[in-house]
Design a protein around this ligand. Sequence first.
Ligand code: GDP
Ligand code: MN
Length: 391
Amino acid sequence: MKIHEYQAKSLLAQYGVPIPRGDVARTPEDARRIAEQIGARVVVKAQIHGGGRGKAGGIKTAKTAAEAEEVARSLLGTRLVTHQTGPEGLPLNAVLVEEAVEAERELYLSVLIDTSASVPVMIASEAGGMEIEEVAAKSPGKILKQRIGPVTGLLSYQARNLAYGMHVAPEQVRPATQIMAGIYQLFLQKDCSLVEINPLVVTADGRLLAVDAKVNFDDNGLSRHPEIAALRDASQEDPLEVEATNLGVNYVKLDGNIGCMVNGAGLAMATMDLVKLWGGEPANFLDVGGGASEDQVAGALKILLSDPKVKAAWVNIFGGILRCDLVARAIVRVLQETELGVPFVVRMNGTNLEEGMRLLKESGLDIMFESNLTEASKKAVAAAESAGEGT
Ligand code: GDP
Ligand code: MN
């Protein structure tokens, strides 16, 4: 789960990380009031779940409170497109109004999981700012890493190594290592998947300030942190994915045109592999899980079919605890109430297969059955191809 910059900064502040003075505004008038309280030059920052705002015109400075109000008016209610959002952009419903900071240097600092070593890693760079991706590609030597032992935590020599490597002044080493300790605690205690400060600014008067912050969470840890789950902003997420979350099924939208509904993550991966093997592209990953109810299966199927990119649907179920007849009932229910515009392939096996097949056949619906997994995948790919040719 992602959160907004203003929410991320408030978490950072709870962990002792210095942040600029400021507040979030949802109306131009609020922006003016906040700017008046700050009483100095401010930055007005678009709050969307995506980076690259600086280059996309989502970060603007204002000299006066009246100007801050004008800038907020021009941003609020629009959609901001950045290189991270896709061409539709994301709705811009809030701005962060903050004191503008005089930046002497822009550093980079983050914690995430190093998946190759299965431990957290802290990453630091003296070349922070908007070009960090380019730095990583062209001068990887400027990206410093310290893997963190989950038992020992971030050791003080590791933090000092990073601070020295960023070439901060001697009097900034201690504040820098305190910020590192703070973000590691935040990462650990709130089950984050990423805590990133970019830029971590060195101000003209020698202070360190988190000018931008990004904090992402591991969805599987959210049940332990209701206060974090409450920060969710569904307006920033794909509507179909939000529906799936509410329904309690695992749905990830992908770029292809074959909608797959499967039970079990392993079978879902195998299903996508097969689709790709024959040259097809899955439109989604959808795992209804082992113990899904008829309503959940029906809801999941509706989500799958409401993706306009889907040119063929493939239901691939191994009936264990989830019985084939329950899946069949859900399919019949959904296909009878929605007009089926795409070829529909069903491959089922396992518990109550005969009853499931009987229900599907008696429904009279135009469904392709195939009990063999490989054959079913070929049918789904061929169906999507011929449907694609027709449009
Ligand atoms: P991003 O482009 O979405 O990562 O948004 P950031 O919050 O990182 O802002 C982009 C850039 O704007 C930063 O890298 C800074 O260079 C600059 N910036 C943002 N806020 C301030 C500020 O208060 N003072 C100064 N001098 N620069 C700022
Ligand atoms: Mn940034």
